[in-house]
Design a protein around this ligand. Structure first.
Ligand SMILES: Nc1ncnc2c1ncn2[C@@H]1O[C@H](COP(=O)(O)OP(=O)(O)OP(=O)(O)O)[C@@H](O)[C@H]1O
Ligand SMILES: [Mg+2]
Length: 299
């Protein structure tokens, strides 16, 4: 197990090279030999809720915990993952190339120069979603399960072919919602489709992202606690709308590498939970009565 020091090193602003070499040393000591990857589909009904951001940050956090991780951008035609991770310049082949057998995995997988146990396969920018089938994706990931601890698939929004491809190999799923009615309503439907495709209900959970306390206080966003009561699914984490996430995505550097923001801590917490640790969930703070008054008078 990689210790907290690694996150501390990264968060203290030391170079990512220092962090990477520290991680490599720890990986050499403690890396598990018998792997069989858990495959996570990260999906949502609505677009723009934060799937790609969550995929990038969980992937990075799991790697920093010493796990060998593969991230696959399943959003064919609208690739994003390699871009927000700052790896775009390294991508020469994509998921359609390797899942169709046109190139070998090694030709398409980008090894993250910051953390050697993290690999990314980009999506194609030019092809459309029909170029990949669920069967191809299933076989492709199945082959790789023995080589990784985790495979995270960033699904496109919605329940079309891209979604079917992302859930075909999945053993687990994270459904991302925001505190809006439409997003919440989609979650149970998506879970139903996942279950119908063989993902066990106990392996499906929800992440509520982009929570803004002042919107909840003004009753123009759903309260995560009320969402939890409405959902038939467990909520793995609540993530606030966090300026550092926006900034990190813009700078193409996952926020878990960037500092001590609340969102970064929550991403690390989710990674630890996924990896089997018992961690205290971090609850996004609601506005106090005084905060609400100050908020109203500052308008
Ligand atoms: N917790 C957050 N705080 C602030 N901004 C966020 C947060 N999560 C995501 N964002 C921002 O929201 C936007 C959409 O995020 P992202 O691309 O990850 O969503 P997506 O669900 O993958 O979208 P799509 O459905 O188009 O693939 C981005 O600009 C991202 O920086
Ligand atoms: Mg996306």
């Amino acid at each position: 197990m990689v210790t907290n020091d690694v996150f501390e090193t990264v968060n203290n602003g030391s170079s990512s090279k220092d962090a990477a070499s520290k991680i490599s040393q720890q990986l050499d000591k403690g890396a598990p030999k018998d792997r069989y990857a858990k495959v996570y589909a990260i999906a949502s009904g609505k677009g723009g809720v934060g799937k790609t951001t969550i995929c990038a940050n969980l992937g990075m956090a799991l790697s920093l915990l010493g796990r060998k991780v593969l991230l696959i951008d399943g959003d064919i035609g609208l690739k994003n993952l390699d871009v927000i991770m700052g790896l775009e310049e390294y991508s020469t082949h994509d998921i359609v190339d390797c899942a169709s057998g046109k190139v070998k995995f090694s030709a398409a997988a980008i090894q993250d120069p910051r953390v050697s146990s993290l690999f990314v396969i980009a999506a194609s920018q030019s092809l459309d979603k029909s170029h990949l089938t669920p069967k191809q994706m299933g076989l492709f990931c199945h082959e790789l399960m023995k080589d990784f601890d985790y495979i995270l698939i960033d699904a496109p929004a919605g329940i079309e072919n891209g979604f079917a491809c992302a859930i075909a190999p999945a053993t687990h799923a994270l459904i991302v919602t925001t505190p809006e009615h439409a997003s919440l309503r989609n979650a149970d439907r998506i879970a139903g489709l996942m279950e119908a495709n063989g993902i066990l209900p106990k392996n499906i959970s929800v992440i509520i992202n982009k929570i803004e306390a002042h919107l909840i206080a003004d009753s123009i966003a759903l309260d995560p606690d009320d969402m939890q009561k409405t959902l038939a699914l467990p909520v793995t984490a609540q993530i606030p709308f966090d300026y550092d996430v926006t900034a990190s995505n813009f700078k193409k550097r996952p926020v878990v590498l960037n500092g001590r923001s609340l969102a970064a801590k929550i991403f690390v917490n989710i990674a630890r939970t996924i990896d089997g640790e018992k961690v205290e969930p971090i609850v996004v703070k609601k506005m106090s009565f005084i905060d609400r008054l100050l908020n109203i008078f500052s308008r």
